[in-house]
Ligand binder design. Structure first.
Ligand SMILES: Nc1nc2c(c(=O)[nH]1)N[C@H]1C(S)=C(S)[C@@H](COP(=O)(O)OP(=O)(O)OC[C@H]3O[C@@H](n4cnc5c(N)ncnc54)[C@H](O)[C@@H]3O)O[C@H]1N2
Ligand code: MOO
Length: 395
């Protein structure tokens, strides 16, 4: 059997980071920056007020109360400014440029709020409530580096330096395709022998949680030709394909039967539990990576976490490898098959303990849904006594 590490290494050696594109800001959320973003101007671009109040000369309010003539009103966005002379005040709003002559801003709360004359009750030192030009960013300064994932705040600063587009690696587009003649669409009645298709929903959601775009294709039955037709139709919009089902040893294994003969997709037994039968390779002219995951719901989910998620990270241009683990103390004894790495479902608590959930079968999706962690039991360990320190992957 192939080791988990060897299978992941093969996958990571095959998938490539997506080529960067010029993306409109509206389409850039979650993408990975592929350039240095610099600011063409200082930010803020000009000295401006941090408060609603009065721009004055600090020297004029050393003695308080002080009564000053209000000579102008400046709102944010004002362009024509009157200078503040001795004994003058200008009513100013937050974000408005500080007029020449003024060296401090007194908040309106320290005044009588007058519009012809104003009485100021408290002194303020020079520079008070003034946000200086360049205090956030100097002109030419780098604000974001390549490899940064663009979240809300990053998108904000890209717009904040005046950019409409940005060079970034796009979200991988992933087609999810479930196979199985027994599958019924949720929301429709079950016929005898049928189950509702859950994998395509799990996998589509997992793709999105992994920072990629997901398309759920129509489920196909157990016919390899139908599977190939559907795959062909979907490939145009796919940077990667994830299928579930049809990869083991049965008489009707559409994914294996359709892809095996291509020679570019390999079906192997990986030394893990769950998720032993795995297919991986490339399809189509563009050599689109395809992950043929086993159909058991827990197996396909665990396979996704171990193999597809790291591959999507690499496609996004991010560091990728075996999922990060943390140490925890297991409450309850564990068993694991010899020679296979187990990924048992557990609940990781704040106190550093992890409790295996009831129901460790690879069909027990409800048990998986109560878990928040995978407990990793190495290949050479078959029994783990309660209280042992184990490695855990957070979900
Ligand atoms: N003789 C052998 N039989 C099996 C082996 C083996 O080595 N020798 N391996 C077992 C293991 S381990 C796994 S995992 C499964 C993998 O099977 P397939 O990938 O071929 O998947 P299916 O046979 O289509 O389905 C397995 C199971 O999962 C249910 N399923 C499938 N798709 C969905 C879906 N979209 N939503 C919900 N549930 C789904 C399906 O009904 C089956 O119960 O093979 C074992 N057998
Ligand atoms: O690989 Mo299967 O996942 O053991 O049920």
């Amino acid at each position: 059997m192939k080791s988990v590490d060897a299978h992941l290494a093969d996958i990571l050696a095959t998938v490539r980071p997506l080529a960067p594109l010029e993306l409109e800001l509206e389409r850039a959320l979650g993408t990975t920056l592929a350039e240095e973003v610099t600011s063409p101007v200082p930010l803020p671009p000009f000295d401006n007020s941090a408060m609603d109040g009065y721009a004055v000369r600090a020297a004029d309010i050393e003695q308080v109360p002080a009564r000053l003539a209000v000579v102008d009103d400046v709102a944010a966005g004002s362009r024509e400014l009157r200078a503040v002379g001795q004994g003058h005040a200008v009513r100013i709003m937050t974000g408005a440029p500080v007029p020449a002559g003024a060296d401090t801003v007194v908040p309106v709360e320290w005044t009588d709020g007058g519009t012809v004359t104003v009485t100021i009750d408290r002194s303020a030192p020079a520079g008070y409530s003034i946000r200086r030009a360049g205090e956030d960013v100097q002109a030419g300064e780098i604000v974001l580096k390549p490899g940064t994932v663009i979240g809300a705040a990053q998108l904000g600063i890209i717009a904040g330096v005046g950019r409409r587009r940005v060079r970034a690696r796009p979200l991988p587009r992933v087609v999810v395709l479930s196979t199985g003649a027994e599958l019924a669409e949720p929301g429709t009645p079950l016929q005898p022998g049928q189950i509702w298709d859950s994998n395509s929903f799990t996998l589509t959601a997992a793709v999105r949680e992994a920072g990629a775009e997901a398309f759920r294709a129509t489920t196909v039955n157990d016919d390899p030709a139908t599977f190939l037709d559907q795959l062909d139709a979907q490939l145009v919009r796919a940077d990667a394909v994830v299928t579930s089902g049809g990869v083991s040893m049965g008489a009707y294994e559409p994914v294996k039967q359709a892809l095996g003969p291509l020679g570019t997709v390999h079906f192997e037994r990986v030394a893990m539990q769950p998720g032993m039968p795995q297919g991986f390779g490339v399809v189509g002219e563009d050599q689109v990576p395809i992950f043929a995951l086993p159909g058991n719901p827990v197996s396909s989910f665990v396979s996704f976490m171990l193999f597809v998620r790291p591959a999507l990270r690499k496609m996004r241009g991010l560091p990728a490898g075996f999922p990060e683990t943390v140490e925890a103390y297991v409450i309850g004894a564990l068993r694991s098959p010899a020679g296979r790495r187990s990924f048992l479902r557990g609940v990781l608590a704040d106190d550093g303990t992890v409790t295996p959930v009831h129901g460790q079968g690879s069909h027990q999706l409800a048990a998986l849904a109560t878990a928040n962690a995978l407990i990793v039991v190495p290949e050479d360990v078959t029994e783990v006594p309660s209280g042992t320190a184990v490695q855990v992957i957070r979900l």
